[in-house]
Every structure is written in C-alpha cells, then in structure tokens.
Design a protein. Structure first.
Length: 631
C-alpha cells in the first residue's frame, strides 16, 4: 500500500506556484524567478512537474462553496446513477443533478483550476530546454511527455464540462488565443496530439502507483478521448463496426503531422494488454478501503462487530495488502492524497482539504445531533459525512433486474452500494435529508473500526506509521484512498467496444462472477455501468452513445428521465416521488447537451470572446435553469 506521508520538498513544490483569479492571467512561476534562470536544473523541472500535477489534488480534494471540486463527482451527480440529495441547504449538489444553477458563477472553480493546470503545463513544456540535458535525454523526454499528458488531460475535462473554450497553448497569450474555439475541430485535435506526444516521449515503463503518468496511461487516454470525440461530436454510433473517422493531429514534438485512426487507438490499447503488465485484482472488493485487513480481522476475531460482506475474502486480497488498494495491479492513473491538509493553505489553486480525498466525506452517511448516525452502532463499519450524491433508485433496480434476468449475483452491486435497510438496520434519516433513495455509496466510503478511539475516527488512523495532518480532524482530513482515473478494466472494456471482441469484456465479467457473454453494444454498455458505477464515467458514456444535439429521444435524455417518479425519502419521511426541479431531465439535457454554464465572471472578463453555452442563456427561459427550492 502506498505511503501517504508527503515530503517537505514536495509540499514546497506544490504550494509555491500560484496565480491570479483570471483564468488567462496564470503565470505559475514564483516572482523571484524568471524564465532566464528557472528552471536551471533537472530538479527545477521536477518541481514544475509537481506543481502541474498538484491541480489534481485541489480537484480531487478541494471543497469550494459547499461542493467538491472533483469533476467526476460532478458527472456522477449529473448522471442517472445519483441524486443531488444531502441536506436542504445543499443546493449546489441538487443544482448539478437537476441541470440548474443557483448563481451565475456556481461552477467557476473548476474552470479556473483547469486553466491553472493548463498554464502550468504550458510553462513546463516551454521552459524544459532551459536546462542542459546532455546525457540525460530520457529524463527530459519523460518530463516533457508528462507536461503534454497533463495539458491534454486538463483540456479534456475542461471541454467535457464547458464545451467550446479558448485554446491556450503558450504562456504568452495572444488575443487570438483568447477567442473561444470549437471543441470538436480545434480543442480535441490538440488534446489527442498532446496524448500522442506523451505516448511517444515517455518511457515504456509502468509508473507503478507513483502518481505520475506513463506511456500506458497516455495510450489509455488516447482511447478515452478519441471515443468521446467520435461518439459525441461525430455521432459514430457502434464503434465495433469501424465507423469512427480519423482525427487530424497537430504537429509538435513527439507528434508528427498526420491523423489518428480507430485502428491506431486499438493498437495502443493492445500494447497496454501485451506489454503494460497490468492485471485485474482477483477480487473486485480489493479496490476499495472497506476491504482493509483491520476490518477483516474484526470480522474474524469473535469480538464486537463483524462486517460479514468481506468475511469470505482472502486476507491477502485485502485493500492494504501488497498489490491491492492504492497502487494496485490494475490502477493505471489516479489522484493520490496524503496527510498534508491544513485549515489554511494559501494560493488560488489550493484548498484547505486538497490533500484529503474529500469524496469520502461528501459521500459519507449523513449525521447530525438529531439521530447521531455517526455512532458505530448505527453505521458500522461506515463513517459519517455530508450525504450528498446518494445513489439513485434506478441504479439498484436496473442492476437487480439484470441479475434476475441472467440468474446470477454480481459481487459489484453490494461492492458498490450500501443497502441501508438490510445492511444498516439501525440507520435513520435526518430531519432535513432530501432525495434519499435508501442506498449509500460503498466505493470510497470511509471506514471506522471497533479499534478506533472515537466514533468518527477513520481506519487510516490505525495504520502503521500513521501521522495525522495539521487539519487534525480525522473525519475530514484522513481520507487517503486513491481516486481512480483509469483502471485496467476500462482498457479491456474499451477494447471490446472498439473491436467487438468479447474476450476482453469477458475478463471483467468473470471477475464479477457474472456470465461471460458474446459481444453486443448493450452488453458493453451494461458492463461499463456496473463496473464503473459512481466513478464518474457514466455521464460521458451516455453522452457519447447519444451524440451531440440528439434531443429528448437520446439515450442520455431517456436514462435521466427514467428517474422521474421514483420513491424517495424527504425530511425523514418516505412517500415522496422524484421529480425534476423545473421542467424535465429530457428537456434540460436536450437544451444543454450535458454542458455546464460558463461562469459569468469569466464571460465578463473575456469581453465578448467567451460565449454562454446553449440552455443557460437568453434563448432558454430562465425558469428552466434557475434553482428552485423543492423541499
């Protein structure tokens, strides 16, 4: 298991590089240093590289204005697999789920953060040859490749969230760069070119859970980006038919002029399979912290509580055992966390809880003085939290229907979801709960132990070598589970979807204990939903299977609208039905294509160069996209 102690040097490299609020005014270099003197040695470029990556910590762990910055959490809330839920005051979570907004700049933080990461990557790419790399070109190319990779990654997330945006590829920003351009014809070619550069520049060696990108991560992201571009923008349909067009690339170091075809994407994924050395963990539960060996020991010691769901696991497959959990054998790329959270961390791109996987807190079971759900006799082994983004009724019901139709039991369902009524019989809802489905999130859920000193302690505090963060709040600061951005299971399922060869999908099905089926697009779609439920991939999968401007009859619009009328618990009472806040999910998805509004503050700063997205402006009645109090 990865150590979660951060060195002082790494802290300095992360916190020293900050900039201004304007997303285009983003020089990441400290004021005492100039391009003429910095970077001057390889260690300086390593520091720039750490600063580029550090944006992911704020995205993965930052909490701004009452909402987690993690875009994959946002996409989970926007999908049919989650509700907004939380308490009555948690309007940002509910806004996301209902495709509405309570303020003009509600979704600004990720816009600023992603452009900050792009600026840092641009600086890393531009200044790398300030250093004399004589005899050390391998390190130079690796660091350059990582800069390209991170720029491509941040741009992919930016465009999937906000659509057409300015394409900034240099630290000196021209007026032309400030102009919004087409994500389809301008930004995605750059994204894929950056990933191709990264693939060709980085070493053909696994990063082995270091938190850095490698060649195989680049090949996997070439596939993810290409499949979104081809499906969403080009409406390629069933990719196994070979229907996706080639995309023209931008010539730059590591990426020659030419095009990228579906065959090229497939070849990259097959390289990962043949040469990457990845393999699925034997037990799906090994991926998640609820399978840690300390909890497993309590299930077998005959004392106190016993979490029966993991009692049949092999102890060597527990989350904190070699090859499992953080840095496991199928983890290709991830956001890592550490015990460096503080209540006050300065800088535009920093946040007090940026080093804690705050998703564990947001998805934790709601607790308050009324019902005291944080007590272990009510929630063992799971810990308390904010209860925002509870799993939808549809996710449980659709999964159960698939199990019934196929006469099997999928380990992933209870490996992903907490069935509150049957697993936590003493659990009771808070009086201000809303949009409660009866299910909780088990993936990323923080875990308590009988051995912990207090009811809201985290199991991490019992790990050998544990040292608390200066946040000194275990319930908010001690969440160190990696957030998976790319798993080997995704490589296998993308290969089946691109080729129609079921052998790759069958490996994922076999691990889950479900029947191994022949290829069909429906089978791949189901496997992706079950395997990656609540990992933030579902929403963009629905979008690419639908295609842009596909209207109210699209796959995405229908899936979202299917949650209408489902039974929910509101203010502690059952009997309410889920309904859209202002109109319908079909109408809001068709109007927006799944894009969020661009922040009004940034539109104003850009003085007409940045345009508001459809569905969020004058052409749409404000009553349809304006937050409305329902409960």
């Amino acid at each position: 298991m990865k150590k979660y102690i951060l060195s002082a040097a790494a802290v300095l490299s992360v916190t020293a590089f900050t900039s201004c609020n304007d997303m285009l005014d983003t020089d990441p270099r400290v004021t005492e240093l100039t391009a003429a003197t910095f970077p001057g040695k390889p260690a300086d470029v390593e520091a720039l590289n750490a600063a580029t990556y550090s944006i992911m910590n704020t995205l993965g762990g930052g909490d701004q204005s009452g909402i987690l910055n993690n875009p994959f959490y946002w996409w989970s809330l926007m999908s049919d697999d989650c509700y907004g839920s939380g308490g009555l005051q948690d309007n940002v979570a509910k806004s996301l789920h209902h495709f509405t907004t309570a303020s003009a700049n509600q979704y600004e933080q990720d816009f600023i953060l992603l452009y900050g990461g792009i600026s840092r990557a641009n600086n890393q790419i531009e200044t790398i040859d300030n250093v004399d790399w004589t005899g050390n070109t391998v390190q130079r190319n690796q660091l350059l490749g990582e800069g390209y990779f991170m720029r491509g990654l941040y741009y992919m997330w930016l465009t999937q969230l906000y659509g057409d945006v300015p394409l900034i590829t240099a630290t000196t920003i021209t007026d032309e760069m400030k102009q919004q351009v087409s994500a389809e014809t301008d930004v995605f070619p750059q994204i894929l070119s950056d990933f191709v550069s990264a693939k060709n520049l980085m070493k053909a060696e696994r990063a082995n859970g270091s938190g850095h990108a490698d060649k195989y991560a680049a090949e996997a992201y070439i596939a993810r980006a290409y499949m979104f571009w081809a499906g969403f923008y080009k409406k390629a349909g069933e990719l196994a038919n070979g229907s996706a067009p080639a995309i023209e690339l931008v010539e730059q170091e590591g990426c020659p002029a030419g095009s990228l075809s579906q065959a090229d994407v497939i070849a990259g994924l097959k390289d990962i399979v043949a040469n990457g050395g990845y393999k699925l963990c034997e037990d799906f539960r090994s991926l998640w912290q609820y399978s840690n060996s300390l909890l497993w020991d309590e299930a077998h010691d005959g004392k106190g509580h016993a979490y029966e769901f993991i009692a049949d696991m092999k102890r060597e497959n527990c989350f904190d055992q070699p090859g499992m959990g953080n840095g496991n054998t199928e983890e290709i790329f991830q956001i890592q966390f550490m015990n460096a959270s503080k209540w006050a961390i300065g800088g535009t791109y920093n946040n007090p809880r940026m080093y804690s996987n705050y998703l564990s807190c947001f998805w934790g079971l709601r607790n308050g003085a009324t019902n005291d759900n944080g007590k272990r006799d009510k929630t063992y082994p799971f810990n308390q939290g904010w209860g925002q983004g509870t799993p939808s009724v549809n996710l449980w019901q659709d999964w159960t229907a698939a199990e019934t139709a196929g006469n099997y039991s999928d380990i992933r369902k209870l490996g992903t979801l907490i069935d509150l009524e049957h697993e936590l019989a003493s659990y009771t809802y808070e009086k201000d709960d809303c949009e409660e489905s009866g299910y909780g999130v088990k993936k990323y859920a923080d875990v308590n132990l009988d051995a912990c000193a207090a009811d809201n302690d985290s199991w991490w505090s019992m790990c050998p070598g544990y040292s608390s963060s200066s946040l000194d709040n275990k319930q908010q600061g001690d969440h160190f589970e990696d957030f998976y951005l790319m798993r080997y299971a995704d490589v296998l399922l993308m290969l089946t979807e691109l080729t129609g060869d079921a052998q790759y999908m069958n490996q994922v099905q076999k691990r889950a204990g479900v029947p191994q089926t022949p290829y069909s697009l429906k089978a791949v779609q189901d496997e992706r939903r079950w395997e990656f439920a609540l990992e933030g991939l579902r929403f963009n999968d629905l979008r690419r299977w639908s295609g842009i401007d596909s209207g109210e009859t699209s796959i995405a619009a229908k899936a979202l609208q299917a949650q209408n009328g489902k039974s929910i618990t509101v203010k502690g009472k059952k009997g309410s039905n889920m309904a859209h806040m202002t109109c319908s999910w079909t109408k809001r998805y068709a109007a927006t294509n799944g894009f969020l509004p661009k922040p009004q503050a940034q539109i104003t700063l850009m003085n007409g160069k940045l345009k508001q997205n459809p569905g969020w402006g004058e052409e749409t009645p404000a009553a349809e996209y304006t937050y409305k109090v329902l409960y």
